[in-house]
Design a protein around this ligand. Structure first.
Ligand code: MN
Length: 294
């Protein structure tokens, strides 16, 4: 059996909302093309807008938004508007550049619980046209003692309709109480697991909530069991062959590209999000040292 590695999530915040960030960490920058994983909630609120991310830009990545509870409304510079609910996927492909907002809608359940992940685009696609997709219907699996939903890429012989530019998996696995699942894995992929709720043991390893558990390529299956029931997010893909440079909301390859994208945002060369009332997010100062994955 290949050896599992674990990486603790770190606590941070996004527009005032508490976040646990499982990816990237200092020791693990990528899992396949997946380069970012933020966990928010569960929380309840009576008033206000716990999710209120003002206009900001992206390049070179896709954002994958998935809710366990509550709702978020997305607007972007293409004119897209999409309310996302649990079980639905919002997928934004930044390509050469897009800006967007994510907010708790005016009419809401008073609950918020979900994840947002980023996928690094390969060189052949990272300067492509930006696009946005909302998927209300995704491949669903009934498993003995559980179920799964495939968001993007492929898993267990099925393919998601969501736009994907490199071989990957993004799925949510649900284990029933006292259930044990044998999850098939592609041995060409590396994989990451994050416990979203409940309790779970993966290949004999008890999972802490929100931390990243990593399996290198070579694994053909993983055993997931739970006493009281669990939901686990599964990511994976072929190891990303290109060195990736991440800074703020940008995924690029060189410091010059990052500097250019920062200037383009600060000098208003990205298209705007017209629906948002309030100031946009200004880029932070560019530190001299940019951290890459290579
Ligand atoms: Mn964003």
């Amino acid at each position: 059996m290949v050896k599992m590695e674990s990486y603790p999530a770190r606590v941070t915040e996004l527009g005032g909302l508490a976040i646990r960030r499982a990816l990237p960490t200092r020791e693990r920058r990528l899992v396949g093309p997946w380069c970012f994983l933020d966990r928010f909630g569960p929380l309840t609120f009576a008033e206000g807008k716990p999710m209120d991310v003002a206009p900001h830009p992206h390049i070179g990545l896709q954002t994958v938004t998935w809710l366990l509870d509550g709702e978020v409304i997305h607007h972007d510079s293409l004119g897209s508007e999409a309310l996302i609910r649990p079980g639905e996927l919002n997928l934004m492909t930044a390509g050469r550049g897009i800006s967007h907002t994510e907010e708790t809608p005016t009419s809401h359940s008073g609950r918020l619980n979900g994840v947002q992940l980023w996928v690094a685009l390969p060189d052949a696609h990272r300067r492509g046209q930006p696009s946005f997709e909302h998927h209300a219907s995704l491949p669903a699996f009934d498993l003995p003692h559980g179920s799964a939903r495939l968001l993007i890429g492929s898993w267990a012989g099925r393919l998601s309709p969501a736009l994907a530019h490199s071989p990957m998996t993004g799925a949510e696995i649900t284990v029933e109480d006292h259930g044990e699942l044998a999850l098939p894995l592609d041995p060409a992929f590396e994989h990451g697991f994050v416990l979203l709720s409940g309790d779970a043991v993966l290949d004999g390893q008890p999972l802490r909530p929100d931390d990243l558990y990593y399996l290198p390529p070579g694994a053909t299956a993983a055993a997931l069991r739970s006493e009281r029931g669990a939901r686990v997010f599964l990511i994976g893909g072929t190891p990303f062959a290109e060195p990736v440079l991440m800074w703020w909301n940008f995924v690029a390859r060189t410091p010059e590209e990052i500097e250019q994208a920062r200037r383009d945002w600060q000098e208003h060369r990205f298209a705007e999000v017209p629906t948002y009332s309030g100031p946009r997010i200004e880029a932070p100062e560019l530190a001299l040292r940019l951290r890459g994955t290579s």
